[in-house]
Design a protein around this ligand. Structure first.
Ligand SMILES: [Zn+2]
Ligand SMILES: [Zn+2]
Ligand SMILES: [Zn+2]
Ligand SMILES: [Zn+2]
Ligand SMILES: [Zn+2]
Ligand SMILES: [Zn+2]
Length: 169
């Protein structure tokens, strides 16, 4: 006489909530985004440069990525592509710092007065699309860990090729 073979309901192990508890945090991040590929070409890291010549880390995500450097008029982080000592230059051949920090970033050099209506680089990204097809994109993404955030992100440092595509002079 079995009094009911009520086997205990097997307790399934709960799926781990998060294998790495403190490694997933959603955070607004900036990137150099390609409108053609519809993907991030260069995610910003703390060492990335803004057009205003201050680092990404100087910009406040809580305040629309406004630059926190004293007297800097930069209202929003604007991705400035660099690689080592190389950086994108305007088609007028002048650097970002010779252009207005405020959009549309006109060149301040007397020779460019009335000619350069705004910083525009002839540089072609590693995705094979021109600089002009890109924009600074702000999106929420998983921040993997604090350590990685402040680490050099191999993808974020520079375009894959260290040889910049030098515009034909
Ligand atoms: Zn592209
Ligand atoms: Zn700034
Ligand atoms: Zn800035
Ligand atoms: Zn220019
Ligand atoms: Zn110029
Ligand atoms: Zn690209």
């Amino acid at each position: 006489m079995e009094s009911g073979s009520s086997e205990p309901t097997p307790v399934l192990p709960e799926p781990p909530l998060d294998a790495h508890p403190h490694t997933h945090r959603r955070q607004m991040c900036a990137s150099f985004y390609c409108n053609q590929c519809q993907r991030d070409c260069i995610p910003a890291n703390s060492q990335s440069w803004c057009f205003c010549n201050h680092r990404y880390s100087a910009h406040d995500p809580q305040n629309g990525f406004r630059c926190t450097a004293p007297r800097c008029p930069c209202k929003q982080f604007y991705f400035h592509v660099t690689s080592g000592s190389w950086q994108v230059r305007c088609q007028c051949k002048h650097k970002n710092i010779e252009h207005d920090v405020a959009p549309p970033h006109k060149c301040k050099k007397p020779a460019c007065a009335g000619k350069c209506q705004g910083f525009q680089s002839p540089w072609c990204c590693n995705c094979d699309h021109p600089w002009t097809d890109h924009q600074t994109m702000f999106a929420e993404r998983d921040v993997v860990s604090l350590a990685e955030r402040f680490d050099i992100n191999p993808e974020g440092v520079a375009p894959r090729s260290t040889e910049p595509t030098v515009p034909r002079q």
